[in-house]
Design a protein around this ligand. Structure first.
Ligand code: F6P
Length: 549
């Protein structure tokens, strides 16, 4: 099947197109009026999470057809192929087995004759032992001082996941340890991260799947220089640097002791690696046991994804709703709105997970898709976002489906503030769905000329995800929920959700331009790039000079 006749020729797709023409004009107000139990009927539960998806522009027929589409697209078969360790990452010819990272010890997943679950647990043991030593003070710095600062150096999946999880689980973390995350090749990131740290008490965790990433290596070199400038002895590197990577030879080349390396495997994608050794900084923060609970949360959602019928399957439902809005309502973005300050980095984390996975223009066999694929994800914690971009969500001209995420119990109960927070979450989803009509506005005595400004059309869809409390377990389950949702979307759009060729061209061009910035050699780019480089050459300061000098 080529793309033009692939997805869009499927019977369920055709039926959805037909169904859409009737449902598009139906208001959520009508759907709720027609079924007084809608708010209970369109819900599902799994792995500690409750999903209310009743405020979506769907009826039972939509759900039936979307589920049929998932079946026709082979979601079940592809899910099982993933679990069997088949090379479903077709362009890189690799298995995709992040589910093995949280499989219980007794499980068995064999890749090329090796039980990868046993390897996973061996690394977890080493991580646990190391984390205990650092947290307990047995692992000291080169001068014998206790480690008080942990700096994670990495970018993309080697930064966003660990940073998000560290922030999310801060309530459970060892407060006597300070954590910093350095990712940007902009020297400001490193300088600001270490400016108040004592090198003798600082441990660098250099995370890179490939250990060839420009930004990470530049920052790791800066860290080594900073450390040695203070401690003066190259032996110090052994006590102050550990690496997390799949590339032992590059780690050794950099000068990090292989004994201080925690490995993972090429069947773990960068954006799916948070629960591998890439989560070492998270384990250092919360300790090995809560980290295991975190993995148990992932696993609980894995089991749910594998066993729940599609009609009650959280990742499947979330994915199908996204497809419904992207492909039928032409939505181009999705808002992720966690009502929990600890989840402040969750939208950024999800951006990589979703957009690097499904921001693709060709199908798995290379044909151009004839339909829209991955939307833009963005978001901020509520209630902050309410005072910034929610105006557009309520009254803008674009349809932006929203995922609200909240917890019934606060980890920091402060007066009635948690009730206020949750009241806002519920109110936002209600306001988006039901809006406010002209007659309701007039009944409030609003002057006629202001009526159009004060109306809310409503009919704006949202999901609400609720868990009892933000724990390592519920966080793991939440991440796995979105991982599998991305997978299901990828199955439907028939894209490879596990490669990221789109980031390569910019990297290649930057590698060509970098040396050109410090010479006067003639330039052979387009006229815009030539002029920008020429201007930069005239105005740049020699390396190491401060702009303020
Ligand atoms: O350039 C994109 C990317 O490859 C991401 O997919 C990845 O998470 C990130 O770079 C970092 O890669 P690494 O862990 O190999 O340094």
């Amino acid at each position: 099947m080529n793309a033009a006749t692939g997805l869009t020729a499927r019977p369920a797709w055709r039926a959805l197109q037909q169904h859409f023409t009737t449902l598009r004009a139906t208001h959520l107000r009508d759907l709720f009026a027609a079924d007084p139990r809608r708010g209970e009927r369109f819900t599902a539960e799994g792995a500690g999470w409750y999903l209310d998806y009743s405020k979506n522009r769907i009826d039972q027929e939509t759900r039936r057809l979307l589920v049929a589409l998932a079946r026709e697209c082979g979601v079940e078969e592809r899910r099982e192929a993933m679990w069997r360790g088949e090379r479903i990452n077709v362009t890189e010819h690799r298995p995709v087995l992040h589910v093995a990272l949280r499989a219980p010890r007794a499980a068995k997943i064999v890749v090329d004759g090796t039980d990868v679950v046993a390897e996973v647990h061996a690394v977890l043991e080493r991580m646990g032992a190391f984390a205990e030593r650092v947290r307990g003070g047995a692992w000291t710095g080169h001068t014998g001082r206790r480690i008080r600062n942990v700096v994670n150096i990495g970018i993309g999946g080697s930064d966003l996941g660990p940073q998000m999880a560290y922030e999310a689980l801060r309530r459970y973390s060892a407060r006597e340890l300070r954590f910093r995350f350095v990712s940007n090749v902009d020297g400001t990131d490193f300088c600001e991260a270490v400016q108040d740290l004592d090198p003798a008490e600082t441990l660098f965790v250099v995370c890179s799947k490939t250990f060839t990433t420009l930004e990470t290596l530049a920052n790791a070199r800066a860290a080594r220089t900073w450390l040695l400038a203070a401690l003066g002895d190259t032996d110090a590197v052994r006590r102050h640097f550990v690496a997390v990577s799949t590339n032992a030879s590059e780690v050794a080349k950099f000068g990090i002791d292989p004994d201080n390396m925690f490995g993972f495997w090429d069947w773990v994608g960068g954006r799916y690696s948070l629960d591998s050794a890439i989560g070492l900084s998270t384990m250092l923060a919360v300790g090995p046991e809560p980290f295991r609970e975190f993995l148990a949360g992932f696993h609980a959602m894995d089991e749910h994804f594998r066993s729940a019928p599609f009609e009650r399957n959280l990742p499947v439902l979330l994915a199908l709703l996204t497809v419904w809005y992207v492909n039928f309502f032409d939505a181009t973005s999705i808002a992720i709105l966690p009502y929990d300050q600890y989840l402040q980095r969750f939208p950024a984390y999800l951006q990589q997970l979703t957009m690097e996975s499904n921001g693709k223009q060709v199908t798995r066999d290379g044909a151009r898709v004839g339909y829209a694929t991955g939307p833009v994800y963005f978001g901020e914690p509520g209630t902050n976002g309410q005072h910034s971009f929610y105006q557009l969500l309520h009254q803008g001209t674009s349809l932006v489906p929203c995922d609200f995420i909240g917890f019934c119990r606060s980890l920091n109960p402060l007066g009635d503030q948690h009730d206020l927070l949750m009241a806002n979450l519920f109110a936002q989803s209600e306001a988006l769905a039901f809006g406010k009509t002209e007659s309701e506005v007039r009944a409030e005595g609003v002057p006629e000329r202001l009526v159009p400004h004060r109306c809310f059309d409503g009919n704006r869809p949202s999901n609400v995800l609720l868990a009892d409390a933000l724990t390592p377990q519920t966080l793991g389950a939440l991440v796995a929920l979105y991982e599998h949702s991305v997978f299901v979307q990828g199955c439907i759009w028939d894209v490879n959700s596990f490669d990221q060729w789109g980031v390569e061209l910019g990297k290649q061009l930057a590698a060509r331009i970098a040396p050109e910035l410090t010479t006067t050699a003639p330039l052979a780019h387009d006229s815009s790039t030539n002029a920008l480089i020429a201007r930069y050459r005239r105005r740049r300061l020699p390396a190491g000079t401060l702009a303020t000098q």
